[in-house]
Design a protein around this ligand. Sequence first.
Ligand code: NDP
Length: 395
Amino acid sequence: MANILIIGAGGVGRVVVHKCVQNRDVFEHITLASRRLSSCEVYQKEVKERYDTDIDIAQVDADDVPALVALIQKVKPDMVLNIALPYQDLTIMEACLQTGVHYLDTANYEHPDSAKFEYKEQWAFDNRYKDAKIMALLGSGFDPGVTNVFCAYAQKHYFDEIETIDILDCNAGDHGYAFATNFNPEINLREVSSKGRYWENGEWIETEPMEIKMVWDYPQIGKKDSYLLYHEEMESLVKHIKGLKRIRFFMTFGESYLTHMKCLENVGMLGIKEVEHNGQKIIPMQFLKTLLPDPSTLGARTKGKTNIGIVATGVKNGVKRSIYIYNVCDHEQTFKETGAQAVSYTTGVPAMIGAKLMMEGKWTGHGVFNLEEFDPDPFMEALNIQGLPWIVKEL
Ligand code: NDP
């Protein structure tokens, strides 16, 4: 049926390749491209051994629009799945526009020189995507992604009006290292060392990093310290969930992670500006990434579970209610299935599902969309089938 081009052969890219191969009835032809061909070769070999199936591979620098256009013209995909880094969102969106091909990603555009993410520049493609009669689906990972779909599902089936949403993200996995990040270290550390922000009564309220903490009892995991962070899905949810009065995002961090991060920050290792080192220019954060374990290698050593969900409160038929929708994912199980830990898995599976719904014509449109703008039901159904079952609890 569909011919797809996946760009980015990292931890999440691996899961996307596995899950697309597992859904060959939809993804008939798969090309995996990345900055280094060697990264693609590993996964090409892996799926050949595991599923006895072939995928094509290619080298591309996704910062280079003409190179992307040339690759897209050669592969002629129906859509491009951007599983590289948020820095590449705009170039890949531009290349899709120039070639008239649908687009999907899992993370909001970030400029390499400023640790700040917002949808503004990606939403600005909307009219041009409409004119070109193509679709972009933004943020089809877990958070953003599934959390947006959970909110749309709550809105559709449980509320006349949602008043508050808390997004709760817990990774209780243990990889045995003193310090490592579960996805790209640069993107991860930039996110968690930034100021916090939440939205209440029509305005954004800024907090110091890790200033607001609460303890949440995560089903199948237990009580964990959870810290308020800014997270990108709040920007679109505020726009699309009508009547919302407050939205916050919390993520769990252990004492040891926070102590390491504070030390690294204090000595300047989280810096994203160039510094001179022995006559060479280096960016401290990028050097730190070189030293830290590669997230795509954590799978084999990680034990424990993730639990990510939303708590929504609001009113149905004049009665106040509160519901909790969440997924629990086991690191060892996802490793067994795809060779990846649960953070990559929980991102890669929804990326495949978003692409599948687009290719099956279940989610269609012209322009740039976030996930909560579509009917959540087919996505929720697919989560149960594709390895990320969810639970709804009345609180
Ligand atoms: P990795 O660093 O493991 O992988 C990124 C891959 O992108 C690398 O393999 C790299 O290729 C490739 N890449 C980087 N720059 C370029 C370039 N210029 N051209 C072509 N390829 C490039 O990251 P993850 O797999 O952990 O994360 C992938 C994406 O998923 C990120 O955008 C991340 O923010 C997002 N994410 C989203 C989540 C969600 O829930 N929504 C959660 C977790 C992650 P190579 O190996 O060839 O050098």
